[in-house]
Design a protein around this ligand. Structure first.
Ligand code: SF4
Length: 508
């Protein structure tokens, strides 16, 4: 079967004039934004290198890709380590004669170039084209990705029978060695790809037209900057925005882009004719006056509900595509660290307890045991975004039911410190429309995380994984673990400071 809409004999005028190569990643960039495509092809040095978290996502994708290869016995990797396109294509042409599963085989067609995760031989001359993704669901961008490959491979002369997406089975639970046949779901998307492939030549033609221009296209920032991925040129394109810009409107991105299109950039310049929610009006007023909004009538009862001893609690978690431990699903968040500050009375001394897992074993049982010892038997438990912490505790109870009664007892005592900020009972213009603790703490107390090596949870998880499972020196491991303790400790100390500040506001 030939995929529909592909005519190998027809060459466009641009192709005949000798145009440049568009790789699969450039094509996907082009679908996201013409400006990104232009930079990718004409001035790639302007595109910042991926940061540590993005690299970790790539690494995870690579690990999943390696696991998927186990589905194809007798597979051969083509052109390992070779980046010269012509060489890889020549090697791929030789490799297809083997009629064995091929990893990373590459072909080009009419200026488009693609490498396939897997080409699986079918019968005497057909192939299944398989793209491996480290996500649990199929996304539109995956279909475009496969459609581009199908267009190139079919155009290069391969008889593509089916197009398949191998993605992670979110219901998979690890027990012992990872079984790739249960870990992956192979979804046949041939009919969707056949449809989408028809549009590829036209889209490519437009992309080549953009690339050939001497200047990048003038594209306004918009929803495409974060969809399907955060654009690597985000900081560059968005740098003209002032801090309190219309895109910081709480739950108002669409409205913000409309305002930008009208030339309204700052919150304080939003005219009265624009309909705003109550919270968005608070933002505009705070931005105009430079003063925080304080709803004393709501803050008073909120801080008044705390019962001593008051425990301030925060977790750090890790979640990997390939579960590290038995009984764990892909991307399930596993707690590996907590910090707990306890104030036994209004004028009491602040006590601190923390736990940071040691070694590569499943940390959950020890985490739960230590936490049960650390938390007082009564009083309030203050967390920031309670559903996250409670959700992790409930998941731990699924594996260790002996903790269930204790966790059920905790639920009644939990106070979510996020609520007054998400409800705009307090809002400071410095929060920039965010109720996250990273935004609230400096705005409300003047204190923050900037002095720490680890400034947010995603980085904490990465660092823990690196020093726990990676090959690092004992000195480096000790240094990072100290940073982790400081970071998580500041999360709970920060909550203490926030509550003190709220109490002062309520009483003042
Ligand atoms: S940040 Fe937005 S406008 Fe700029 S290149 Fe990326 S997607 Fe395009």
């Amino acid at each position: 079967m030939k995929l529909a809409g592909i005519n190998r004999r027809e060459r466009t005028p641009a192709e005949r004039s000798g145009r440049r190569i568009v790789s699969k990643s450039a094509y996907l960039n082009g679908l996201q934004c013409p400006k990104l495509l232009w930079y990718r092809c004409n001035d790639p040095d302007q595109i910042p290198a991926p940061d540590e978290q993005t690299r970790a996502i790539f690494d995870q994708g690579h690990e999943v890709g390696q696991l998927a290869r186990q589905l194809f016995a007798d597979g051969v990797e083509v052109g390992r380590g070779i980046i010269d396109l012509d060489q890889v294509i020549a090697l791929s042409r030789q490799a297809i004669r083997l009629r064995r599963p091929l990893f990373e085989a590459a072909f080009s067609f009419e200026g488009a170039y693609a490498r396939a995760d897997v080409l699986d031989p079918v019968g005497t001359d057909a192939w299944d084209l398989i793209e491996v993704k480290s996500t649990a669901t199929l996304k539109d961008i995956h279909l475009h990705d496969l459609a581009f490959q199908a267009y190139v491979f079919a155009g290069a002369g391969l008889n593509i029978r089916r197009c398949l997406l191998a993605h992670i089975n979110s219901n998979y639970v690890r027990q012992g060695q990872i079984d790739p046949r249960s870990f992956f779901v192979l979804e046949d998307v041939t009919s969707q790809i056949s449809e989408l492939s028809r549009d590829v030549p036209e889209k490519l033609e437009e992309m080549f037209r953009i690339i050939r221009k001497p200047e990048y296209p003038q594209i306004a920032i918009g929803p495409q900057c974060d969809d399907p991925y955060k654009c690597p040129l985000h900081d560059y394109c968005w740098k003209f925005l002032p801090k309190n810009n219309v895109l910081t409107l709480y739950r108002g991105r669409t409205k913000g882009f409309k305002l930008l299109a009208e030339g309204i950039t700052e919150l304080e310049n939003i005219p009265d004719r624009i309909s705003l929610t109550a919270n968005q009006k608070i933002q505009r007023t705070a931005s105009l006056t430079g003063q925080p909004h304080v709803d004393k009538a709501a803050i008073g009862p909120f801080v008044g509900q705390f019962r001593y001893p008051v425990a301030y609690l925060d977790f750090e978690t890790l979640g990997t595509a390939i579960p590290l431990f038995d009984g764990v699903r892909p991307y399930q968040q596993i707690p590996f660290q907590y910090s707990c500050h306890v104030l036994r009375s209004a004028n009491g001394e602040l006590e601190h307890d923390y736990f940071l897992a040691e070694g590569p074993d499943d940390p959950r049982r020890q985490f739960m045991e230590r936490l049960r010892q650390a938390l007082p038997g009564d009083g309030s438990i203050v967390v920031y975004n309670a559903s996250f912490e409670l959700g992790r505790l409930e998941e731990c109870c699924e594996v260790y039911p002996e903790f269930t009664a204790w966790v059920n007892g905790l639920k009644r005592r939990v106070v979510d410190l996020l609520l007054p900020f998400r409800g705009f009972r307090y809002y400071h213009p410095q929060q920039g429309g965010s109720a996250s603790m990273k935004a609230v703490l400096p705005a409300l107390t003047g204190k923050g995380y900037n002095h720490l090596d680890i400034e947010e949870g995603g980085m904490a998880s990465l660092k823990f994984l690196r020093v726990t499972f990676g090959d690092v020196s004992p000195e480096e491991r000790a240094r990072v673990r100290k940073n982790l303790e400081e970071y998580c400790g500041l999360d709970t100390l920060g909550m203490v400071w926030i509550v003190e500040a709220l109490r002062a506001l309520a009483g003042g």
